[in-house]
Design a protein around this ligand. Structure first.
Ligand code: MG
Length: 215
């Protein structure tokens, strides 16, 4: 990945270790052949650097979706609250920092911020995606909704990536691991694992193109 982008990544707040970001970048380069990329959970734009760089290289867009009001653990008084990400009313607002990251990286032409509810956008979404990266809310309800809402939008041959998958409960929360297990049970197979990042592809082959089966 571009050295200048890596330097922006190293000063961007977030929760994606560099090795996982680079792995995600590599998978996204491949996935961009199948369609645009989409991530759930933009926060300050750290993972959008790795994914957006791949999107630019592949000539597709990265859509990155977040309400930008912070997950449970980002709220004032919680473990991962960052007082710099607060608006005039005292609410979490990560959008200004996200925009700063994208501007510093020069990726505004390749990354589109979608600000709103993951479930609402998933329901209205119609474009098959080369890669979906689930890195949003860590409650079971949020993780379930992200998996149920977005996994059907992965294009044939595309990839589903999930962050914060911890097989050992001592290492982290259960919901991302549980949707990962659900995906394995529903026909996805694991093609990559780096740290807590898991990358999956649908086990069934893509439908044959043209001719048979079409009327
Ligand atoms: Mg994460």
């Amino acid at each position: 990945m571009d050295q200048a982008l890596l330097e922006v990544a190293r000063r961007t707040p977030g929760f994606l270790p560099e090795a996982e970001g680079l792995a995600l970048h590599g998978w996204a380069l491949e996935a961009a052949r199948h369609g645009p990329l989409l991530e759930i959970g933009s926060y300050c734009g750290l993972s959008a650097l790795y994914l957006g760089s791949a999107a630019r290289a592949g000539g597709v867009l990265l859509f990155t979706l977040d309400h930008h009001r912070g997950s449970e653990e980002h709220q004032p008084g919680q473990e991962y609250n960052d007082p710099e990400l607060t608006d005039a009313d005292g609410r979490v607002d990560s959008l200004p920092r996200f925009r700063q990251t994208l501007a510093e990286a020069g990726l505004e032409g390749s990354v589109v911020a979608v600000v709103g509810s993951s479930a609402a956008v998933a329901e209205a979404w119609r474009t098959p995606l080369g890669l979906v990266f689930i890195d949003g809310g860590h409650s079971q309800a949020a993780a379930d909704a992200d998996y149920a809402g977005w996994s059907p939008h992965v294009a044939p041959g595309g990839l589903l990536a999930i962050h914060d998958v911890f097989p050992n409960p001592a290492d982290g929360g259960r919901p991302p691991f549980l949707i990962y297990e659900r995906a394995l049970a529903e026909g996805w197979c694991e093609v990559g694992a780096t740290g807590s990042l898991r990358v999956l592809r649908r086990r069934s082959p893509a439908p044959a193109r043209g001719g048979r089966g079409r009327t």
